[in-house]
Design a protein around this ligand. Sequence first.
Ligand code: NAI
Ligand code: AKG
Length: 479
Amino acid sequence: MVSTALNYVNGTWKASGSGQTKESSNPADLKQEVGFYQNSTAEDLDQTVQAAKEAKKGWSKLTGAERGAFLYKVADIMEQRIDDIATTASKEMGKTLAETRGETNRGIAILRYYAGEGLRKVGDVIPSTDADALMFTTRVPLGVVGVITPWNFPIAIPIWKTAPALIYGNTVVLKPASETALTCAKIIECFDEADLPKGVINFITGSGSVIGQGLAEHPDVNGITFTGSNSVGKEIGKQALSRGAKYQLEMGGKNPVIVAKDADLQLAVDATISGAFKSTGQKCTATSRVFVEAELYDEFKDLLLKKTAELKVGDPLSDSSWMGPCASKAQLDNCMYYINKGVEEGATLLTGGNKILSDEGFYVEPTIFECEDHSQTIAQEEVFGPVIALFKTASIEQSLELANDVEFGLSASIFTTNISSMLSFIKDMDAGLVRINAESAGVELQAPFGGMKQSSSHSREQGEAAKEFFTSIKTVFVK
Ligand SMILES: NC(=O)C1=CN([C@@H]2O[C@H](COP(=O)(O)OP(=O)(O)OC[C@H]3O[C@@H](n4cnc5c(N)ncnc54)[C@H](O)[C@@H]3O)[C@@H](O)[C@H]2O)C=CC1
Ligand SMILES: O=C(O)CCC(=O)C(=O)O
């Protein structure tokens, strides 16, 4: 059934003052509309922020245990809705149902993790130089947090930003990507039914340039957490900095896989395929460059091509599909731009490179280029699609040097059985997430996540690291 998502402001579902809605469409079936969302205005945003501002005092006064009890309740409600949330997400952005179900379960686990955080320590006792004094740290919430999220993890990312914001006592205004607005509304329904106090969590849809930018610029928004493109992220950072708000940005990646001559071949090929092509390559942690030592190169390439040919691309709602379409026409066009660039700049197209079933949806073939020149566009820029640039290298040292030769530093993998190769990779690879004998994608909710170089604002999300962003430290001296 086609539905219309409303904004959620001060505990009430509400239409935008604009009276306008926009359509959310299905990238796997261009004839099917999934539903509609509110095309909100700056006035709607202001009312939403005011609701969060009014709620912050009461929410911050609750104990962590009390706030945690609400999050446990949201998790329990969401557990009853896994299929509905996952199906909506698959319809809105084309990821396979197996992946969106997994992502919903991950969202539930994140809620429970942060619910438990309400009972963990928030400070340290620090010895004072004054024998009669007690000195310690405590933490206070930022206040109102603006959460701006992308479409590629439409369930996990809104939750991994919102749950820690709430448990540490902040109130939230959440603006999801328009492509996945209905999925996010289903998540908010779980918060609504868990009866959080009014105004603690608010949800508003609309364009990035009005609602996203409006949040970044709003004087009553004390912190902004963002995941998305580098260009938008940088602007948000500048706006937040200029008015003294705290900000956290998670942006692009150009993630390498290094395959040593002593690697487990099957493992390295399977992990490369999964890292590069799951979610149609639309992960900031996706594998996009692969460096293979010469001795194993031909065997690796043959097996990679054989297994890629076996992948079934099709309807994300069908159990037999391994990879769905790109999330939108813009994403497909972007992908084709980079594929054409690869061909123009002289990389050898080994497989893929074409749109498929283009009348029905935004499908593209899993694509592999063999490259020699690491300065080529497909080796340097984030594609955000199922495209691999494959290189033969003379040594692990050369692989590592090339792996670091990009502006990003989010995640990176090495496949090797040699301990000293592992250790030099851990030490010398410039990435926030380094993985040994495991694919480049795959983030665990209890561990810090974030990038180096241009991939992030150098902050970390998830696990205990979230506390650093969502709170301010107060040093207390008592005498
Ligand atoms: N690092 C990641 O996980 C992601 C990276 N991307 C990259 O970005 C490219 C474009 O994807 P988009 O969806 O267009 O990303 P985007 O950066 O435009 O959108 C992300 C979020 O920011 C909002 N936004 C857009 N313009 C804004 C503005 N001026 N001020 C504040 N918020 C704004 C959007 O509405 C959305 O909620 C992709 O091809 C990919 O390369 C996209 C999504 C996620
Ligand atoms: O690899 C993952 O699980 C998370 C990736 C991510 O955060 C992203 O693509 O935005």
